[in-house]
Design a protein around this ligand. Structure first.
Ligand SMILES: [Zn+2]
Ligand SMILES: [Zn+2]
Length: 348
């Protein structure tokens, strides 16, 4: 089969590789749509722990083959990849905290992912879909589950006022989940007006561009003491620092943006957090018990009833064979984008 293989830092090659043959307990997905995640870009730009590797975990397709012990009735079913492969046995898995599993694998970062014609996955990692759902929307289920998980961790309640920092793909999913779950006020910040326009389209009440206005002053005008819940999806240290100052006393801040590991923080941050008695909550992936979790079942329900909108989030579509070019452009910041869908079936 053909696949886009990460061979080294910054080296992604579209080439012939062995087609996976599903082992016992596994099934094989013929990939129809795969979306590029910020984490795929990070692995390409900054390098990864193992080479060669087929990246990609936001993926959907049709099951075309099953291994021993798996019912043939799966063949022909549409499915999305559930990328986390927990052990289901360790202390954290027993608790249902699958993303904290002591020995997990992850499709597209620790084992072969979906930038390929076929991908092999354990039975429990196939999220079975209704046939009529467009594959490119199904590929975006995983990023939606991350946003839904953030709101669960932040104990979001109907009628609350929320601020979303960053209108990238997770940010835009957050806006939609806040709308679906009944937020009273949804404020979104981003330095790109284009991103903010999409945020308005999918449900933001107010959008603020920090390169043009003073966010702290604007939030004060709108919300007084600040938001009940602030959702950090930028990974920018200064933005995180500001997050405390726009959150009300006893409010919550949920973190999903990956921060640069070589940067540090003034301890005024802790001072501000203590004085306002703010809860700072980490988020890693999107799982809860029973696996994969309500994040997944709620996403599919919202997609089917039309409340979760995926079309506005897709900015580009390319054949998978152009993956090297696409990553090179993204790495060089020459391709402003939202979600990019790659399709293994379309010829370049
Ligand atoms: Zn992702
Ligand atoms: Zn485990």
């Amino acid at each position: 089969m053909k696949a886009a293989v990460l061979e080294d830092k910054g080296v992604l090659t579209y080439k012939e590789v062995p087609t996976p043959e599903p082992a016992r307990g596994y099934l094989r997905l013929r990939v129809h749509a795969i979306s590029i995640c910020g984490s795929d870009i990070k692995r390409y730009v900054d390098g990864h722990r193992m080479y060669p590797l087929i990246l990609g975990h936001e993926c959907s397709g049709v099951i075309d083959r099953v291994g021993e012990g798996i019912s043939e009735s799966y063949i022909g079913k549409h499915a999305a990849i559930i990328p986390l492969v927990p052990c289901f046995e360790c202390e954290q898995c027993q608790r249902g905290y699958y993303s904290a599993c002591h020995s997990y694998s992850f499709i597209g970062s620790r084992q072969s992912g979906g930038f390929a014609e076929f991908v092999d996955l354990p039975e429990r990692n196939a999220f079975i879909l209704p046939d009529g759902l467009p594959f490119e929307y199904a590929a975006l289920i995983e990023p939606s589950t991350v946003a839904r998980h953030m709101l669960a961790l932040g104990d979001f309640k109907r009628g609350q006022k929320a601020i979303v920092l960053g209108a990238g793909s997770v940010g835009l999913m957050l806006v939609q989940w806040l709308r679906i779950l009944g937020a009273d006020q949804i404020i979104v910040t981003d330095i790109s007006d284009e991103n903010l326009q999409i945020a308005s389209k999918v449900g933001a009440h107010v959008t603020l561009n920090p390169s043009k206005v003073d966010i702290i002053k604007e939030v004060q005008k709108l919300l007084g003491d600040g938001a009940d819940l602030t959702l950090e999806a930028t990974g920018v240290p200064q933005v995180l620092e500001q997050a405390l100052l726009i959150t009300r006393p006893r409010g919550k801040v949920v973190l999903a943006g990956n921060q640069p590991l070589d940067k540090s923080f003034p301890l005024t941050f802790i001072e501000n957090m203590m004085r306002r008695e703010i809860s700072l909550i980490g988020c890693f992936m999107s799982y809860s018990a029973p696996f994969p979790g309500h994040e997944w079942t709620e996403t599919i329900a919202a997609l089917l009833n039309g409340s979760l909108e995926m079309a506005s989030l897709i900015s580009h579509r390319f054949p998978l064979s152009l993956a090297s070019d696409v990553f090179e452009k993204i790495g060089a910041h020459q391709l402003a984008h939202q979600k990019i869908i790659l399709n293994p079936e379309v010829a370049a």
